[in-house]
Design a protein around this ligand. Structure first.
Ligand SMILES: *[C@@H]1O[C@H](CO)[C@@H](O)[C@H](O)[C@H]1NC(C)=O
Ligand SMILES: *[C@@H]1O[C@H](CO)[C@@H](O)[C@H](O)[C@H]1NC(C)=O
Length: 493
C-alpha cells in the first residue's frame, strides 16, 4: 500500500500566477515542536525561521524546451530525501531561477524524478551504520540525474518523519549522524542541520502547501483552499484553514502575499494505519479491549479485522512501564473472525484512546482537539490506497467503502487469496482493517458525512503528486532563492 513511483508529464495548460510573497512562521507559543508526548522524547531546540520569500509560481510547458532565453534562466537542482517509516525516498528536482530570483518549478517527469529503497531508516535502529549505507543507492540515483558540474551547488536535505519520531532521541541521533556522514561526502551541498527529523505538523503544512499549489489556490482566499487529511503508516495529519478559535498550540500561520492562512495543523502519532493495526493486535492479545463478543467468549481472543480462516502466530511484546528494558515476549494466537462493524468499533476505540484525559472542549482523536472541518478536503495516502484497492470513485467514497469493507472483512480468507492472487498476503490482510479504520476516522471521529462530496481521495492533483516532500522543496528552494535563509521546519538538536 505504497505510493507508486510513476510521474506523468505536466499537461500543457500553463499556470501563471503573480509572484507572491511567502512567509511561514510558527505560532509564538512553543507548542509547535512539543508534540508526541507519548514517546517521552523531547525536542529541545528549535530552528525557528521567519522568512519572506519572493516567489513566482509559474508552471510552463515551455520550461525545458528552450523558448525562454537560456541566459535569463539558471537551471538548478535540489534533492529532498524523505525518510519515511517504511522506506526512504529520494526526490531529485530540476527547476529554474528567473530574473528576480523567482523559482520556477516543473513537477512533471522532466522536473522531478524519484526513487525509493526499503526498509525505512527507523528499522535500522539496531544498525545505525546501515542507515547511512542505505542512502548510497539513492545518492547514486541522484548523481545519475544531475550533471556532475552541478553537484556541488545542489542542496541535499534529509527529512525523516514518524518512523524516526517514534524512536528514542539518542537512537534518532545515531541514525541521523550515520546519514550525515554519508551525505557530507556525497559531493552534494550539505550541512549537518539539513538532516533532521521534522515534526508531524511540518509534514502537514508541507502537504497542504503542495496540494494548494497544485490546485492553484495558494495566494487566494483562505476559505477557498483545500484541507488535507493524510493517513500515513505511523502517523496521521490533519491540516486546514479554520476560522474557528482553536488552541494556539495547533496554529501554523502561512503568509502568502497579503494573505495569512491560519492553519490548524496537527499530527497524530501512532494513528497511522500500520501503527494503529499493530496497536489493535497488541490490544486484542493483551485483552485491553472489551469488545462485546470478547466478554462473552472464552478462549482465544477474537480479531474482528482479519477475515475468517486466516491464522498466524503473533509475537507480541509487552513492555511493562516500570522496567522499560525488560521485554516480555510471548506467543499468542488470535482467532480471525472478520466482521466489519466490530472491526469499526475496535478502530474507534483505538481512535478514542486517551479521550478521558481530554483537556479541551472536545477531543476528536485521542486526547486532541480538532476544529469542525471546513471546506473541501483531500484524503490522501492510505485513504487513497484503500479506496483504490476497492476500486472506488474519488468522491462520496465512504459509503462505498463501507459496503466494500463489509464484503471483504466477512469473506473467507481462502477466497480472498484466490481473488487477489497478485497481492502480498500481509498487504491483503490489512484491507479489512484499513476500510474500517478509514470509516472510523473520517466519519465516526471527524464527522465527515458518508456521502460528503467535499472530501475526495487523491494521490495527486493533475500530474503533481501530493507528497509533502514537494511542499518542503517549494518552501525551501524559494527561501534559498530569495534570501538564502534556511526555512526551518525540523527540530534540530
Ligand atoms: C498588498 O498590500 C500592499 C500594501 O497594502 C498593496 O500595495 C498591494 O497592492 C497588495 N497586494 C495585493 C496582491 O493585494
Ligand atoms: C457482526 O457483528 C455484529 C455486532 O456484533 C453482529 O450483529 C453481526 O451479526 C455480525 N455479522 C456477522 C456476519 O457475523
Amino acid at each position: 500500500m505504497r505510493r507508486l513511483n510513476a510521474r506523468t508529464r505536466l499537461n500543457s495548460k500553463s499556470k501563471l500566477m503573480d509572484p507572491i510573497k511567502l512567509h511561514i512562521r510558527s505560532n509564538a507559543r512553543s507548542g509547535l515542536f512539543a508534540r508526541n508526548p507519548k514517546t517521552g522524547t523531547h525536542s529541545s531546540c528549535l530552528i525557528f525561521a521567519s522568512v519572506l520569500i519572493a516567489l513566482a509560481f509559474l508552471l510552463s510547458y515551455a520550461f525545458f524546451s528552450g523558448k525562454s532565453s537560456p541566459d535569463a534562466a539558471r537551471i538548478k537542482f535540489g534533492i529532498v530525501i524523505d525518510g519515511g517509516s517504511t522506506g526512504t525516498r529520494i526526490h531529485v528536482f530540476k527547476y529554474r531561477l528567473e530574473g528576480g530570483n523567482n523559482a520556477v518549478f516543473d513537477f512533471g517527469k522532466d522536473g522531478l524524478v524519484s526513487m525509493r529503497v526499503n526498509p525505512g531508516l527507523s528499522s535500522l535502529a539496531e544498525d545505525s551504520h546501515g542507515a547511512g549505507q542505505s542512502l548510497l543507492k539513492l545518492l547514486e540515483f541522484g548523481k545519475s540525474k544531475i550533471p556532475m558540474e552541478s553537484w556541488k551547488d545542489t542542496e541535499i536535505r534529509l527529512m525523516a518523519t514518524a518512523g524516526l519520531r517514534l524512536l528514542q532521541e539518542n537512537v534518532q541521533q545515531r541514525i541521523l549522524e550515520s546519514c550525515r556522514r554519508v551525505l557530507r561526502s556525497s559531493g552534494f551541498k550539505f550541512r549537518d542541520e539539513w538532516a533532521s527529523v521534522i515534526t508531524g505538523s511540518d509534514e502537514g503544512v508541507y502537504a497542504w502547501v503542495v496540494a494548494n499549489y497544485a490546485l492553484g489556490t495558494l495566494g487566494g482566499d483562505p476559505l477557498r483552499t483545500t484541507g488535507i487529511i493524510e493517513l500515513g503508516g505511523a502517523s496521521a495529519q490533519v491540516t486546514f484553514v479554520s476560522t474557528e478559535e482553536f488552541p494556539a498550540e495547533f496554529l501554523r500561520a502561512v503568509r502568502l502575499g497579503n494573505t495569512t492562512y491560519n492553519l490548524y495543523s496537527n499530527s497524530f502519532l501512532h494513528f497511522g494505519l500500520n501503527a494503529a493495526h499493530d496497536s489493535l493486535r497488541e490490544a486484542l492479545i493483551t485483552g485491553d479491549f472489551n469488545l462485546a463478543t470478547q466478554s462473552l467468549q472464552k478462549g482465544l481472543p477474537i480479531d474482528p479485522c482479519s477475515p475468517k480462516g486466516y491464522s498466524r502466530n503473533v509475537e507480541s511484546q509487552k513492555i511493562s512501564p516500570s522496567s522499560t528494558n525488560n521485554e516480555n515476549r510471548y506467543q499468542s494466537t488470535l482467532q480471525s473472525r472478520g466482521n466489519f462493524s466490530e472491526c469499526r468499533s475496535a478502530a474507534l476505540m483505538l481512535l478514542q484512546k486517551g479521550k478521558e484525559k481530554c483537556s479541551y472542549q472536545h477531543c476528536d482523536m485521542g486526547s486532541t482537539f480538532i476544529p469542525r472541518l471546513q471546506g473541501k478536503f483531500l484524503a490522501t495516502e492510505n485513504f487513497f490506497y484503500t479506496s483504490k484497492f476497492f476500486e472506488l470513485g474519488p468522491s462520496a467514497f465512504l459509503s462505498e467503502l463501507m459496503t466494500a469493507g463489509q464484503e471483504f472483512c466477512e469473506e473467507d480468507w481462502s477466497n480472498l487469496k484466490k481473488k487477489y492472487q497478485s497481492n502480498d498476503e500481509e498487504d491483503l490482510l490489512r484491507y479489512c482493517f484499513s476500510s474500517a479504520y478509514s470509516v472510523a476516522l473520517l466519519h465516526d471521529s471527524l464527522g465527515v458525512a458518508l456521502n460528503d462530496e467535499r472530501v475526495k481521495v487523491a494521490k495527486q492533483v493533475g500530474s503533481i503528486p501530493l507528497d509533502w516532500a514537494l511542499g518542503a522543496f517549494i518552501l525551501q528552494s524559494t527561501a534559498d532563492a530569495s534570501h538564502g535563509l534556511y526555512l526551518g521546519g525540523g527540530s534540530l538538536n
